[in-house]
Ligand binder design. Structure first.
Ligand code: PLP
Length: 416
């Protein structure tokens, strides 16, 4: 089965029109037009997402599942209906493979605790890469520590590409699981995840792909990816915070114990014994983020309505423009220059600290992130404490890049 929900449309995005969908972008910032260049941390929300969340609370909110009255049935239908939207978005086999979670962090912890931890023993290995977000490091440290297993790390090359030769060498007969980021939030590197899942499959090793930075920017297809698990956070796919998705192959989900116990994840409970519900409900204990999940669906529909290939083309075009434009800034060094990159530019400057750069840019109306981006080991790899990161979303345009470059010139005037 192959579903391609995005329209087949090669027209470039009409960014001016799309910007109009985002109320927050309409305001000035410190006396300037707002150039929002921090979508890798969290994307802004289109009116359709705001309306979906608000509409739920205004018109039909009630707790979901088992309610016999109409509001509860309406809420349940809207919440459960999002599984099909996610299934389409991911081109997954079944809605039953779609688990709603709080975000990518919770998804990875769920897989670590429920799927991987029970299979680890002393000397076993979990393989990750040197460019992981802390969310894809710490959960593995937690379970390798208690089981006597080892965390093995595939290194990153100087240009920010994953060292695939080293990764291949580090897969051993003790490797029990591989967890790898699809797109680096700090470097923008797009990793060859399909090649990694192919390597893993030959050896029968399951793989999780952290899609927190791929789902917002490109078509992701669970049939083609070859992974066992994939996850993302709604707040980066133009949806609300506090909602996200874990996709897992049904045979794994069916074999996994629950992550948390409580209401809504059971079939029957007695004091002697509890029978768990089937997946995905087995992994959704307690009252979920009902309106948030409904708005998550609206965000994905918004992206699919525009067309994810067009979004990617637009953002990569903007990256090329920005790469050229920042060449004229003296003393600026880009960290992460892999040939296959999403719309993220991390950089340092000779005479100014990233936090000072971020503050000066803010005064110019430019919102960027300065810091370690939850990738401290990667910062150590490149010998910097922090970088400035500008990241693009579908609503960014060349004017945003021009404003960034003008701001950086000002930094050099003040510090250079
Ligand atoms: N993985 C990557 C690559 C990320 O960029 C992020 C967030 O920045 C996460 C995981 C964690 O996402 P969240 O904080 O939404 O759970």
């Amino acid at each position: 089965m192959s579903v391609e929900p995005d329209p087949v449309n090669a027209e470039p995005l009409d960014v001016q029109q799309l910007r109009g969908d985002f109320p927050v972008l309409q305001q000035p910032m410190n006396g300037h037009r707002l150039a929002f260049l921090d979508s890798a941390a969290s994307a802004q929300k289109p009116q359709a997402v705001i309306d979906a969340e608000r509409g739920c609370y205004e018109r039909y909110y009630a707790n979901i599942h088992r309610g016999v009255y109409q509001l509860s049935q309406q809420s349940t239908q809207a919440y459960e209906g999002v599984r099909e939207i996610v299934r389409q978005f991911l081109n997954a086999d079944s809605e039953r493979e779609v688990v709603f979670v709080r975000g990518a962090t919770e998804a990875i912890n769920l897989v670590a605790q429920s799927f991987v931890r029970p299979m680890l023993g002393p000397g076993d290995e979990v393989l990750i890469t040197g460019m992981e977000h802390h969310a894809n490091i710490v959960p593995w440290q937690m379970i390798t520590e208690v089981t006597g297993a080892r965390l093995v790390v595939a290194p990153v090359l100087d240009d920010g590409q994953l060292d695939m030769d080293a990764l291949r060498e580090r897969i051993s007969d003790r490797t029990r699981f591989i967890s790898v980021v699809h797109v680096s939030n700090t470097l923008g590197t797009i990793n060859p995840v399909e090649a990694i899942t192919a390597l893993a499959r030959e050896r029968g090793i399951p793989v999780l792909v952290d899609g927190a930075q791929s789902a917002p920017h490109m078509t992701v297809d669970m049939q083609a990816l070859g992974a066992d698990f994939y996850c993302f956070s709604a707040h980066k796919t133009y949806g609300p915070s506090g909602a996200g998705v874990l996709w897992g192959r049904l045979e794994h989900l069916e074999a996994m114990p629950p992550y948390q116990g409580g209401g809504d994840m059971i079939r029957t409970v007695t004091f002697e014994k509890t029978e768990y519900a089937e997946p995905p409900q087995r992994f959704e204990a307690g009252t979920p983020n009902i309106a948030g999940v409904i708005a998550l669906g609206a965000g994905l529909e918004y992206m699919m309505g525009i067309g994810r290939n067009r979004i990617l083309d637009h953002e990569v075009g903007l990256l090329e423009y920005a790469n050229e434009a920042i060449k004229e800034i003296n003393g600026l060094r880009v960290i992460g220059t892999a040939p296959d990159k999403a719309g993220v530019i991390s950089f340092v400057m000779d005479h100014a600290h990233p936090h000072d750069i971020g503050t000066i840019l803010d005064m110019e109306g430019v919102a960027v992130r300065a810091g370690h981006h939850c990738t401290q080991p990667l910062m150590q790899r490149f010998g910097v404490p922090a970088t400035v990161r500008a990241s693009f979303g579908l609503y960014n345009d060349r004017a945003d890049v021009d404003q960034l470059v003008a701001g950086l010139r000002k930094v050099n005037e003040l510090f250079g």
